[in-house]
Design a protein around this ligand. Structure first.
Ligand SMILES: Nc1ncnc2c1ncn2[C@@H]1O[C@H](COP(=O)(O)OP(=O)(O)OP(=O)(O)O)[C@@H](O)[C@H]1O
Length: 313
């Protein structure tokens, strides 16, 4: 059995001088919510279009649901759902009629279509409002309906390009909750793009971080964090330059900042804080409290971006 929903190898696509996707090697496992994270213009949408066979690659291999793309892209499009820039909804039709229309396109028999429409709209809290014209709906409701449309024919994999773009924080949170529930229930794999780090942290099992078409890292959030610096904060007194110098001479310490009663220490890797506390005390510092914090994904993201920037120069 193929455990990967998506696999690419050395995938490259250029537009004139721009390398929109640059030797991208990516693995998305079946059943996971994979977040494809990167700033504007980093190649996220181009990647989705390549995966769906809507664009031809210059080089590299793609396999989606075990099927080679672009060779058998039509098959992939049958077995996947997508929410790209346009929601693909008819504003003058009701929500139910929108889904019914797409159900007919997918040649779903009437009974199955009706049952599926009910199931999806009910789980998104939209069933009571199914007969209203979509044009009267809020952006968040429309976006949920667009997700229902993508899931209608029970695809094994869905692509969501910036699903919460333009939603206020409450609508975005509600969409994330519904999406998580639906995905769990249906066992569908989700490939979603976002430049919102907090969103990726809340929603995704694994993420890939892309910048200028290149994959900087991929893995679970815990894995990505493990590679990153840990931070230690000591509260106390007498954090003199003497103390700072002593800490800086330790191989485990990447950076030290003394700020009045706070001493901030960035560690190169996860390590026991006790020897560092001892060192501070030996050099005359008084430590009252010690806090440690894992890097947030935001820090991981920024660090990776900075490293990439440093290599580029
Ligand atoms: N059809 C095209 N013709 C020319 N350049 C393109 C085309 N599509 C994408 N690009 C360029 O490729 C790069 C990647 O664009 P892409 O839309 O994939 O980024 P993105 O990460 O999805 O950005 P955003 O978050 O803003 O949607 C950009 O520099 C973009 O200008």
């Amino acid at each position: 059995m193929n455990t990967f929903a998506i696999r690419t190898q050395q995938l490259t696509r250029t537009f004139g001088p721009v390398r929109a996707v640059d030797q991208l090697t990516l693995e998305v496992r079946q059943g996971e919510i994979f977040g494809f994270l990167g700033p504007n213009g980093s190649g996220k949408t181009t990647t989705i279009r390549l995966l769906l066979g809507l664009l031809q690659p210059d080089a590299g291999q793609i396999e989606v649901l075990g099927v080679p793309v672009p060779q058998r892209a039509a098959e992939v499009r049958e077995r996947t759902g997508a929410l790209l820039e346009h929601a693909g909804l008819y504003e003058r039709l009701s929500a139910a009629d929108n889904l019914d229309y797409y159900g007919r396109i997918w040649r779903m028999p009437a009974a199955e279509r009706n049952q599926r429409i009910h199931e999806l709209l009910a789980s998104l809290g939209l069933w009571e409002r199914r007969n209203e014209q979509v044009k009267t709906w809020s952006r968040g409701m429309k976006q949920k309906l667009a997700i229902a449309r993508a899931l209608l024919h029970r695809p094994q994999l869905i692509f969501l390009d910036e699903p919460t773009a333009g939603l206020d924080p409450i609508a975005a949170a509600s969409l994330r909750d519904d999406l998580r529930t639906l995905v769990e229930r249906e066992g569908v794999t989700v490939f979603l793009t976002t430049h919102n780090l907090a969103e990726a942290e809340k929603l995704c099992h694994r993420v890939g971080i892309i910048r200028q078409g290149r994959l900087l890292a991929q893995g679970s959030l815990a894995e990505l964090r493990r590679h990153e610096a840990l931070h230690l904060e000591m509260i106390g007194r007498a954090f003199t330059p003497h103390v700072v110098t002593a800490l800086q001479s330790q191989p485990a310490v990447k950076r030290v900042e003394a700020n009045g009663a706070r001493l901030l220490i960035e560690l190169a890797a996860a390590s026991d804080p006790a020897p560092l506390v001892k060192l501070v005390v030996e050099h005359g510092g008084q430590v009252e409290e010690v806090h440690r914090s894992n890097a947030s994904l935001e820090e991981v993201f920024l660090t990776l971006m900075e490293e990439e920037e440093a290599h580029a120069h």
